[in-house]
Design a protein around this ligand. Structure first.
Ligand code: SAH
Length: 341
């Protein structure tokens, strides 16, 4: 059985006659949320039952959903081989966010991130990435208000380590005859896979870029994010400087605040020196603590001092709220917790 979510519209068109069937199916699935060909009434009746035998239009099932007191929802999305992907829906007043995973686990082993403790189990397919968006969208929104969200590739995994499937998923979600998500509503976050950032820069359609920095010197970042040994800070920032940006578009830098490790005045000053003059903004993420991690969250006053040092030196900086902390849905907490319950 083929899943429709695995296919770009031109690929689907190549398999169907007449090829405009692909557009009819895309509209039905992504715009009207049909789950059976029977409901795509602009297809001839005989065609509907034939297609139903070969293709599924069903999004992946939710293995389990956790609801936070702040409205955030964490999903364990069931995959064909019984692995699970984690997806988070974060409601906000003006815009919701769907945070999706690109891999089961992650290979990069950042020392402050729980996903890194699992190691890489496998890449997700394009269809599994698209399916996460569709499942979270349908559970939280309605056909009438279906477009009220941004997509962040900030769940489990390193999206640029699964480049082809991630970019394919973005193209599927971006298709104007389908979900029609504009590129400005995607943010792809990377730990700094430099060659893939350079490749991303050459794409016809480019999502917003976020770089997880967490460490303003190679000495610190080598320890916290081992990928830095391969692609050190200076080269990484050089690639970011060359990255094509639209008018007023900026690159986001995520910086995890770890007590006594990355939260000092010197750290803040080093970060200012690195980012000075770049079209950048900084999202400070106070560590989401976990038993498995050897770090602590800084005090509120240390967090505020750090933020002020950046803003006073002309760098826009925001402290990210730890949404969904009570259900292990916050940054760095995706760890396939409680899968059996
Ligand atoms: N691998 C990609 C996508 C994951 S994004 C990347 O690293 O960018 C997840 C974000 O959460 C990253 O910015 C990461 O630095 C941050 N993070 C990881 N562990 C965290 C923790 N324990 N507390 C707060 N933020 C964390």
């Amino acid at each position: 059985m083929n899943s429709v979510f695995d296919f770009e519209r031109p690929e689907l068109a190549a398999q169907l006659t007449p090829s405009y069937r692909a557009t009819q199916i895309f509209k039905g699935v992504y715009q009207r949320w049909v789950t059976r060909f029977e409901e795509i009434t602009d297809l001839p009746k005989a065609e509907r039952s034939r297609l139903q035998d070969e293709w599924t239009l069903e999004p992946p099932r939710t293995h389990r959903r956790f609801d936070s007191v702040d409205g955030t929802r964490r999903y364990l999305v069931g995959l064909e081989d019984d692995e699970l992907a984690e997806t988070v829906f974060i409601p906000e007043e003006h815009r919701n966010t769907i945070c999706i995973s690109s891999q089961v686990g992650c290979a990069l082993a950042c020392t402050f991130c729980l996903t890194g403790k699992i190691g890489l189990k496998r890449h997700l397919s394009a269809g599994e990435i698209v399916g996460q968006v569709v499942a979270a969208q349908r559970d939280n929104l309605s056909v009438a208000r279906k477009d009220d969200f941004n997509i962040v590739l900030m769940g489990m995994g390193e999206p640029l380590h699964n480049y082809d499937n991630v970019m394919k998923a973005i193209r599927i979600l971006h298709d104007p005859e389908g979900m029609n998500m504009s590129m400005s509503r995607f943010t792809l976050s990377t730990a700094g896979m430099l060659p893939a950032i350079e490749r991303l820069a050459t794409e016809p359609d480019i999502p917003n870029l976020a770089i997880s920095l967490t460490g303003a010197t190679n000495e610190k970042r080598d320890v916290l994010m081992p990928i830095n040994k391969k692609y050190p800070i200076a080269q990484l920032l050089e690639a970011v400087r060359r990255f094509p940006l639209k008018h007023r578009q900026r690159v986001t830098f995520e910086y995890v605040l770890l007590k006594g490790v990355t939260d000092s005045l010197d750290d803040a000053k080093a970060l200012v020196t690195l980012l000075k003059g770049m079209p950048a903004k900084v999202n400070l993420i106070p560590l989401n603590e976990a038993e498995e991690l050897d770090y602590e969250r800084p005090s509120d006053s240390a967090i505020d001092r750090f933020r002020r040092t950046l803003t006073e030196n002309g760098i826009d900086a925001f402290v990210r709220k730890n949404r969904g902390n009570d259900i292990s849905a916050a940054c760095g907490q995706l760890f396939l917790r409680d899968i059996k319950q």
